[in-house]
Design a protein. Structure first.
Length: 359
């Protein structure tokens, strides 16, 4: 069920024009934050922070508190510089541009592992990452300018060479069936290659989408993309401060967004995700939050705010890429705080119960 439309301005959205440059202190214990906060009906709840193997040992509140009191729940992350995230089937995959690998949280098995360090699957600068419905992991190697495809355990499967076409590939989106692969070429200030390249499941080129410009269907520094449940392609057109939707054949459907500091506008958009119900999530490094939209562009709410003097759930300094999974959870990468936060969609029943308990 989609969230009801309403203009929402509350604590999580109050820092919309603020910068993000404060060095955080260790996180403080407390009840998990809700968005929106009561007396509104909550729709999302903070669930976990992923940094290292300690993050997946035992996620019960008592265990988290014990680790916090023991000084284990700190900023020591297993990735040097996380950028993008993909999640599905109980695994969370994080690209580490500094460590040149993909770091994996295997939640059901309470373990971690990594891949992309050897043989034909070696990664030079893993950037964007996406999963298809079969669990294959598609990774953009920005330096090698290729897509590397792995199975869920990190075994190399195949690659798509884009070295002759792409200038600065930064993101990837894959259809659930795996029959469409979209590579976002951000280009650069001095390049005209601001477009999305399309491929079939075998890596055969299907032609690019867009060109540099401001008209519908054009791009200016696109930074991310995601495929919706209906097969449509959503692209974060960051330099034009908008989100654009396309048909699988590349025809533009519609767009929304503008530059500004109000809720529903963009200042420094970085990541985009689409969930199982078609809701659109966009992270913004200036606002230090993510905003949730209906497919028609109606803003529903903002989640998170700027970290002040401490790292805490829902507090961000440099939010980057986003992902959703089949359970409705949302995953947020923060590069400055070296973490991946997990947010959970609440059912109406849960939200109403939390609303009553807070009243």
């Amino acid at each position: 069920m989609l969230l009801r439309r309403r203009p929402l301005l509350f604590g999580a959205a109050a820092a919309l024009g603020a910068g993000c440059a404060t060095k955080p202190a260790p996180p403080a214990a407390g009840p998990p934050p809700l968005w929106p906060a009561p007396p509104e009906q909550p729709r999302f709840v903070f669930e976990a922070t992923l940094r290292n193997a300690l993050s997946v040992r035992d996620d019960s509140p008592d265990a988290r508190l014990r680790r916090l009191l023991a000084g284990e729940e700190d900023s020591r992350a297993s990735f040097g510089k996380p950028l993008a995230v993909a999640a599905g089937r109980g695994r969370v995959y994080v690209t580490d541009t500094e460590g040149r690998r993909v770091f994996v949280f295997d939640l059901p098995r309470r373990r971690t592992f990594s891949f992309g360090l050897r043989l034909e699957g070696e990664l030079k600068k893993p950037a964007g990452i996406a999963l298809d419905g079969a669990g294959f992991v598609h990774v953009i190697d920005a330096t090698a300018r290729r897509v590397v495809v792995f199975d869920g355990l990190g075994l190399f499967q195949r690659a798509i060479d884009g070295s002759k076409d792409w200038v600065r590939p930064t993101a990837i989106a894959v259809s659930r069936a795996g029959d469409r692969v979209y590579v976002v070429d951000t280009g650069g200030v001095g390049s005209d290659s601001h477009r999305v390249f399309r491929y079939d499941g075998e890596g055969r080129a299907l032609g690019p989408i867009g060109r540099r410009g401001e008209a519908p269907g054009d791009f200016n520094l696109p930074t991310d993309a995601a495929v919706a449940p209906d097969g449509s392609l959503w692209v974060l057109d960051a330099g034009n401060f908008r989100v654009q939707a396309f048909e699988p054949d590349g025809r533009v459907r519609h767009h929304f967004g503008s530059a500004g500091t109000a809720v529903g506008q963009f200042a420094r958009p970085r990541g985009l995700a689409v969930d199982r119900d078609g809701l659109i999530y966009v992270s913004d490094a200036s606002f230090c939050n993510l905003q949730v939209f209906q497919p028609d562009g109606a803003v529903l709410l903002a989640i998170g705010s700027r970290a002040q003097n401490r790292d805490a759930p829902g507090r961000y300094l440099l939010p980057a890429k986003l992902a959703t999974d089949e359970t409705g959870r949302v995953y947020v990468v923060d590069q400055a705080l070296h973490k991946v936060e997990v947010l959970r969609r609440l059912s109406d029943e849960e939200g109403l119960r939390l609303q009553r308990e807070a009243s």
